[in-house]
Write a protein that binds this ligand. Structure first.
Ligand SMILES: [Zn+2]
Length: 407
């Protein structure tokens, strides 16, 4: 309060933790629940910021690790911060880089997409000779994926990097584990993350004072704890109550090891413990069914690379499920991806044209497919918000799920 950042809870979802709300930042408002498209390197791949606004995006999430390596967080600072650098007139987020830095070490892709092969192996993190990252109690040493040079992130460095990048919402540096780690490793990592969270608050406060005159940046604490109820609840309590010299977290990020089966439970556990009046970001979630579970269980914002990544491989969303627009059946379909879709792509182009562009490997294929996919997912979460407002969330969910997944 008084610093340009606030969160106001609106309508609550009956008998559940879901709610609507408004996050206010110095670069504008975000009506929640909201899906935040990912612009990893300060650009939504293949899409201009004007189109991003036009398709309904309220904010963009960039990645601190990538921008630190290229072009350098210092340069983004000189440019006037992330929003100005990328010509985005709206709120921005950066994630701390913890996930990227650590995923170099263990070679996991999306945590949620991991196979549940039951081996438990701390050595994927601890002792693998090929690993590109090494964790200790003070921070993480890692090798750049660009040129192999060695770097080190600590909670303090992550805060410095994120302050230079200048996003409105930034995240504490955490140790992201996988479902393959043993229970005892999860406990150790959780404690490390708790201590790192304290250091992030202290450094964040120092930087906020030092960089007076810059727009206020809200710091979100990140909750780990994998699939264990007691660890997740502990993380939520610890970070909610954490205060360093009167400074506490402005919101929370729910991250780390989880799978489709446990996602709703994990959210319920942590959101029962977290302060009601602070926003909660669910990191890396973008599949329609997961978004419904997320909204129902009290997540306010989401981000995921999937809608764009799938678009670039010609996979586009429809209310009847995803389809591959470059496949032969679409060659002669002279109608849009979705007839009632109001996106730029669907109001101007046919499936036949998109099919042609993908087959001819034309660059604009990615642009048009990305605009549609982002509009679909951003719009889906917008409709969830609307349905909480008018009391029809569960009807909307049933209708959508039956048609999309055919069940
Ligand atoms: Zn469309």
């Amino acid at each position: 309060m008084g610093n340009g950042f606030s969160f106001k809870v609106g309508k609550k979802l009956d008998g559940r933790l879901g709610r609507t709300g408004v996050i206010t930042t110095s670069h504008g408002e975000i009506k929640t629940p909201a899906f935040i498209p990912v612009g990893t390197k300060a650009t939504l791949k293949s899409v201009l910021p004007e189109s991003l606004k036009d398709l309904g995006a309220q904010a963009v999430l960039a990645n601190a690790y990538h921008l630190y390596l290229q072009p350098g967080s210092n340069l983004v600072d000189q440019a006037g911060g992330l929003a100005k650098f990328m010509n985005w007139q709206g709120p921005t987020f950066t994630d701390s880089g913890g996930f990227q830095v650590l995923s170099l070490g263990v070679g996991f892709k999306k945590v949620i997409a991991m196979d549940e092969n039951t081996f438990q192996a701390d050595d994927v993190i601890a002792d693998d000779k090929e690993r590109l990252a090494h964790v200790d109690d003070d921070g993480v040493t890692f090798k750049s994926h660009l040129d192999g040079s060695m770097h080190r992130f600590t909670p303090e460095i992550s805060m410095q990097v994120q302050h230079q990048i200048g996003a409105d919402i930034i995240f504490a540096f955490d140790e992201c584990t996988t479902l393959h780690n043993t229970r005892s490793y999860q406990e150790k990592a959780l404690e490390r993350t708790r201590l790192w969270a304290q250091r992030c608050l202290v450094e964040h406060d120092r930087l906020t004072k030092e960089r007076k005159g810059k727009p206020y940046q809200a710091l979100f604490g990140v909750l780990q704890g994998a699939q264990y109820e007691d660890l997740r609840r502990k993380a939520a309590k610890d970070l909610s109550q954490m205060s360093m010299d009167g400074i506490s977290f402005d919101g929370f990020g729910i991250g780390g090891a989880l799978d489709k089966q446990t996602l709703g439970d994990i959210l319920k556990w942590v959101n029962e413990e977290l302060l009601v009046d602070k926003p909660r970001h669910f990191l890396g979630i973008g599949e329609p069914d997961d978004l419904f579970v997320g909204v129902e269980n009290g997540a306010d914002t989401f981000d995921c690379v999937a809608p764009s990544r799938q678009a670039r491989t010609s996979s586009v969303f429809t209310k009847d499920g995803r389809l591959n627009i470059s496949n032969a059946p679409h060659k002669n379909e002279f109608f849009p991806i979705e007839k009632d879709c109001s996106c730029y792509t669907c109001t101007h182009y046919t499936r036949a044209y998109l099919c042609h562009l993908f087959r001819a490997k034309e660059m604009v294929a990615a642009t048009l497919a990305t605009i549609h996919n982002q509009h679909f997912i951003v719009g889906l979460v917008d409709q969830m918000r609307q349905s909480i407002e008018d009391g029809s969330f569960f009807e909307f969910k049933d209708r959508f799920m039956k048609r999309y997944y055919g069940k």
